[in-house]
Design a protein around this ligand. Sequence first.
Ligand SMILES: Nc1ncnc2c1ncn2[C@@H]1O[C@H](COP(=O)(O)OP(=O)(O)OP(=O)(O)O)[C@@H](O)[C@H]1O
Ligand SMILES: [Mg+2]
Length: 348
Amino acid sequence: MSLIEVKHVRKVFETNVRREGRFGALRSLISPEKREVVGVDDISFTIDKGESVAYLGPNGAGKSTTIKMLTGVLEPSGGEILVSGLVPTRNRKLSSYQIGVVFGQRSQLIFDLPVKDSFDLLRYMYSISWERYHKNLKDYSDLLEVGHLLERPVRTLSLGQRMRCEILAALLHDPEILFLDEPTIGLDVVAKERIRAFIESINREKDVTLLLTTHDMHDIERLCQRTMIIDKGSLIYDGSLQYIKDHYATERQIRAVFSDSHAALSAARVFIGMPDIAVHTEEQIVKVTYDQHLTDTSELLRLLLQKADPRDLTMQDESIDALISRIYREGINANPRPVYATVGGSRR
Ligand SMILES: Nc1ncnc2c1ncn2[C@@H]1O[C@H](COP(=O)(O)OP(=O)(O)OP(=O)(O)O)[C@@H](O)[C@H]1O
Ligand SMILES: [Mg+2]
C-alpha cells in the first residue's frame, strides 16, 4: 500500500450567485441561486514513502483544494483518499499526527506571541515528549538558523524568518508526510535557497515524504524527482521533470551580437524563408529561435559564420519555467515547435 492513495477524487464547491437588478440582494437572500464550481475533477494518483513530488498547475487549477482534502480540511465530493492508511476527514486527529502542513499564504503561529509559545502549544497538542521536543527544536532551529528568533513575537519577523519558523512548527511532531503549499512564495533568492536546502535534507535524511506546490521552477529542479501537473481540476501529467525536458524542451535560441544594426539586419536576412525558424532583431543583436528536433544547430552556426561576422555568440535553451507555462497553455501533447516570425517582429 502506498503512503498516499487518491482514487477518482472530485471536489465540487457550491457558491451563491448574486442576482442582478434592484432587489437582487434581497432576492438572493430569500431564494439563493446556486452555482457549482469544480475544484478537482476525478483525479487519481499514489505517492510512496520517501518520494518528493511537485504538484504544479496554473492559478485556480485545484492544487490547494487537493492539499486541503489530503489534510482533512475539505471533504471530497466523490472518490477515496487514504493518507498513511487513514481517511483524513474521518480520522482527523489521528491523521494529523502523520502529517505536517505549511501554507505559504497562511500561518499556524500565533501572531502576537513569541515564536516559542506557539511551539510549546504544538508540543502540548501533539503530546510530544519533552525529550523529543527539545531535540527536534534544537536540531531544526540550528539547521534553519532560527534559534535567535524564538523569543521574538511572530508579528515582528520578516517573511523569510516566519516561513522558516512555520516549517519548523510543521515538523516538531515528526510527521512522515510534509505538505507544502507554496512555501517559498514572496521570498528573496537567499531565503528560498535556505528553505530548499532544509526541505531537501529532511527528505533525504529523515525520509519525510513531500508534496509541494509551487510556481517557482527552481524549487522543483532542486527538490522533486516526480512532477504532477493539474489543469482545470484534471491531472494532465504525472512523471519525471526530465521526461518533460527531453520531450518538450526542444526550443533553443542562438543570440549573435554584431558591430552595428546594419550588420545585424543583413545577418538576419540569411535566415529569412527558412522553415520553422523565428528571427528577431534588436539593434545590433540577432536572435534565432528554432526547434532542435527540426533544425541542426551546427548547420545554423555554419551558415551564420559563413555569411556574417558576429562579434559574440551565445546559445540558450527554453527555460523550464517557460516550458511549463507553454504546457499549461497548449496542453501536454502540445506541438513543441516554435512559431514562425519575421525579421524584427516579435515571436508568438
Ligand atoms: N471555498 C471555495 N468556494 C468556491 N470555490 C472554490 C473554493 N476554493 C477553491 N475554489 C475554486 O476551486 C478552483 C481550484 O482552486 P484552488 O485554490 O485549488 O487552486 P490552486 O491550484 O491552488 O491555485 P493557486 O495557484 O492560485 O493557488 C478555483 O476555481 C477556485 O475558485
Ligand atoms: Mg493554491
